[in-house]
Design a protein around this ligand. Structure first.
Ligand code: GDP
Length: 298
């Protein structure tokens, strides 16, 4: 497990070092808080979460009567971990058979890769998985999902040029008939006209519920950790349209600034079931607020 944490730390290093410089002085004064505010905003933390963290930090400094700037960094880690804690939640399957998981995300976010990783993760837990290729618009998307299905040796429901909602309906029905534990529905990230994307996704959601009145049991959004405040905008838009139950935040091994998770925790505290820390099948980790806060500030 150590390797991925190092990759996460390496990915977040730039943020970590710019925040660290804030605490190299000898005094805890307004200048320190101003510098910290700037560093947090630069790290994609957003205005609201930044204000929240600063207030919480000042309270902690007062309470502990801290006078050493270096110790303030530790208090910031505590404040950040507390803010992020509501995002900590495990994806539970098995309450319904099959558990239907709809996965959304804009193209390039890492959706297909994350579905491949998630399939492996679920298979490791002993679950049988059926994949549904509901992105019927892009042949490449279907093919790529097929590659992940082969790598994981799981079945896939796919139909060239078919109706995405119909493919999803068929997959849920097939999942039940074949006794699968999980049906993972991969949806389109972009349509010829962007305006129709949300309508299409809402239709898939409705039709999945027609196939199984309790489904979808999970609606996940995959976001690219590098896209900062834009990722927050995506969370808002997809949550408004689909009532998200969880997030997967990818590419945190890259050059992500990481603060966007604090912004999400402040404004839309939707559980982060997993984080992506590499391109390989096993590079999927569960989210831990304390670990993440420490990685961000290390
Ligand atoms: P989609 O268009 O959302 O389905 O995105 P893809 O799954 O095709 O991923 C887009 C690119 O991001 C690919 O090159 C992936 O290998 C890469 N990628 C996905 N997740 C991660 C991650 O956690 N870390 C890194 N470094 N790359 C990732």
């Amino acid at each position: 497990r150590k390797g991925w944490l190092d990759r996460l730390k390496a990915g977040l290093r730039k943020t970590g070092s710019s925040i660290a410089t804030v605490f190299t002085g000898t005094q805890i004064d307004d200048a320190l808080y101003e510098e910290l505010e700037e560093a947090l905003l630069m790290a994609d933390t957003g205005v609201k979460a930044t204000q929240h963290l600063l207030e919480d930090l000042k309270r902690r400094v007062k309470e502990t009567k801290t006078t050493d700037p270096a110790a303030v960094k530790g208090l910031l880690a505590d404040a950040l971990a507390e803010l992020l804690r509501p995002l900590e939640k495990a994806l539970v399957i098995g309450e319904h058979t099959p558990t239907v998981i709809m996965v959304a995300g804009v193209n390039g976010a890492g959706k297909t890769t994350s579905i491949g990783k998630l399939t492996k993760h679920l298979a490791n837990e002993g679950a049988s998985v059926l994949l549904a290729a509901a992105d019927t618009f892009r042949a490449a998307a279907r093919e790529q999902l097929g590659v992940w299905a082969d790598r994981n040796t799981v079945e896939i429901v796919s139909q060239e040029g078919g109706d995405p909602a119909a493919v999803s309906f068929d997959a849920v029905t097939a999942g039940r008939a074949r006794g699968k534990d999980v049906v993972l529905v991969d949806t389109a990230g972009r349509l010829p006209t962007q305006l129709h994307l949300m309508e299409e996704l809402k239709k898939i959601r409705r039709v999945v519920t027609k196939a199984d009145a309790t489904a979808p049991h999970e609606v996940l959004l995959v976001i690219d950790g590098n896209t900062g405040q834009n990722a927050l905008a995506q969370v808002r838009a997809f949550d408004d349209a689909l009532q998200l139950t969880g997030l997967v935040v990818t590419k945190l091994d890259g050059t992500a600034k990481g603060g966007v998770l604090a912004a999400i925790a402040q404004e839309r505290p939707i559980p982060v079931y997993f984080i992506g820390v590499g391109e390989k099948l096993e590079d999927l980790e569960t989210f831990n607020a304390r670990e993440f806060a420490q990685a961000l500030l290390s």
